[in-house]
Design a binder for this molecule. Structure first.
Ligand code: PGA
Length: 262
């Protein structure tokens, strides 16, 4: 099933994998396998070094894949050795940026306030934010998942208006499911997505909630993609490991077609 007004969005997150040449070879191979009948919107979050060459190819394409980044800084510019700004990403053609991924939160100590500033900066620089939220295994086991998600959602989207929210994609990524082969069941993911929609309704109203695209991420593979997409409140998928091979990523993109047949 599908919600009439929301697109299906399939996002590959390549993390720190693939050189620029490898990225381009993947893109060419994927484009040969994709048919023009696919109805999902496909996004690839690639290493910074490959954004320019990939985006310049895709911006010329008839059915473009959106090319984006996996992180950015919240400042417009400044003395931040090793960081990258939204303006820089925009200048090489990035369409979107993943913000608040749990690996950034855990390994680089990013907190909700910092992520909130990044969301605002991305919007200012006209880059679509994909905001990731999700509870850890500990939080899951402690039964505080709902509180954690509420805090992450509201704090990361502090001062965001309903109009701005329309430009944002939300991704529910339970940390215990990322890279573990322990994906949330479609039922559990759907329950959380419904809860997130309820939180969005509370703060921004029912229309915003209806429109918000919410992805599920965490051990999405070829064998669970269609069942996840079949849930009415799961609008798409954020895929790490299985997006690194053309074959599995292509199958997941086409899971949407199977979804319609279910
Ligand atoms: P995974 O990663 O699909 O390898 O679990 C998902 C993610 O990190 O976004």
């Amino acid at each position: 099933m599908e919600h009439a007004s929301r697109p299906t969005v399939i996002v590959g997150n390549w993390k720190m994998y693939k050189t620029e040449d490898e990225c381009l070879s993947f893109l060419h191979a994927l484009k040969q396998t994709l048919t023009t009948t696919i109805t999902a919107q496909v996004y690839l979050a690639v290493p910074f070094t490959a954004i320019k060459s990939m985006a310049s190819e895709e911006h010329k394409s008839n059915f473009p894949i959106k090319i984006g980044a996996q992180n950015m800084h919240d400042a417009s510019e400044g003395a931040f050795t090793g960081e990258i700004s939204g303006k820089m990403l925009k200048s090489v053609g990035a369409d979107f940026v993943i913000l608040g991924h749990s690996e950034r939160r855990k390994l680089f100590n990013e907190n909700n306030a910092f992520i909130n500033r990044k969301v605002k900066r991305a919007l200012y620089d006209d880059i679509q934010p994909i905001l990731c939220i999700g509870e850890t295994l500990q939080e899951h086991n402690d039964g505080i998942k709902e509180d954690v998600l509420k805090t992450q959602l509201y704090d990361c989207l502090k001062d965001i208006t309903a109009t701005e929210l329309e430009k944002i994609i939300l991704a529910y990524e339970p940390v215990w499911a990322i890279g573990t082969d322990l994906a949330a069941t479609p039922e559990i993911a759907e329950e959380v997505h419904l809860y997130l929609r309820h939180l969005v309704t509370e703060k921004w109203g029912p229309q915003s909630s209806e429109k918000l695209v919410i992805l599920y991420g965490g051990s999405v593979k070829t064998d669970n993609a269609a069942a996840l997409l079949n849930k009415i409140d799961i609008d798409g998928l954020l895929i790490g490991g299985a997006s690194l091979s053309v074959d599995s990523f292509n199958q997941i993109i086409n899971a949407k077609t199977f979804k319609e047949c279910l």
